[in-house]
Design a protein around this ligand. Structure first.
Ligand SMILES: [Cu+2]
Length: 115
């Protein structure tokens, strides 16, 4: 079934143990990648991570200083376009530049790394 491309992220989150196929009625997490400009040190990363975590629909946040990018997993329940916008605004509100991108962002395991 070729539908599964749009469901990849949901499948990832459920750890691959699901029967292929996607329940469209359930809110699926969506991953948003951003190119970030203006970061220069770990405290920039920490500030951005905090701001992104404060986005109500953000489930998971990772920021890469080296890659100058961020990865945010969002709970999506219909209004997908506006969610990405919230994320961009969280970044630009701090004075950094944010551009949504298709290119995946390699994020260090920020949940495990204790600051
Ligand atoms: Cu900094």
């Amino acid at each position: 079934m070729p539908v599964r491309v749009s469901c990849t992220i949901g499948a990832l989150v459920v750890a691959g143990a699901l029967t292929v196929g996607c329940d469209r009625s359930a809110p699926l997490p969506e991953t948003v990648y951003l190119r970030i400009s203006g970061m220069h040190c770990e405290s920039c990363v920490a500030a951005l991570t905090d701001a992104l975590r404060a986005v109500p629909s953000a489930l998971e946040v990772g920021v890469s200083l080296e890659g100058e990018c961020a990865r945010v997993v969002l709970a999506v329940d219909g209004a997908e376009a506006s969610r990405a916008l919230e994320v961009v605004e969280a970044v630009t509100g701090l004075g950094y530049g944010a551009t949504p991108t298709e290119a995946p962002c390699e994020v260090p395991d920020s949940e495990a790394r204790d600051g």
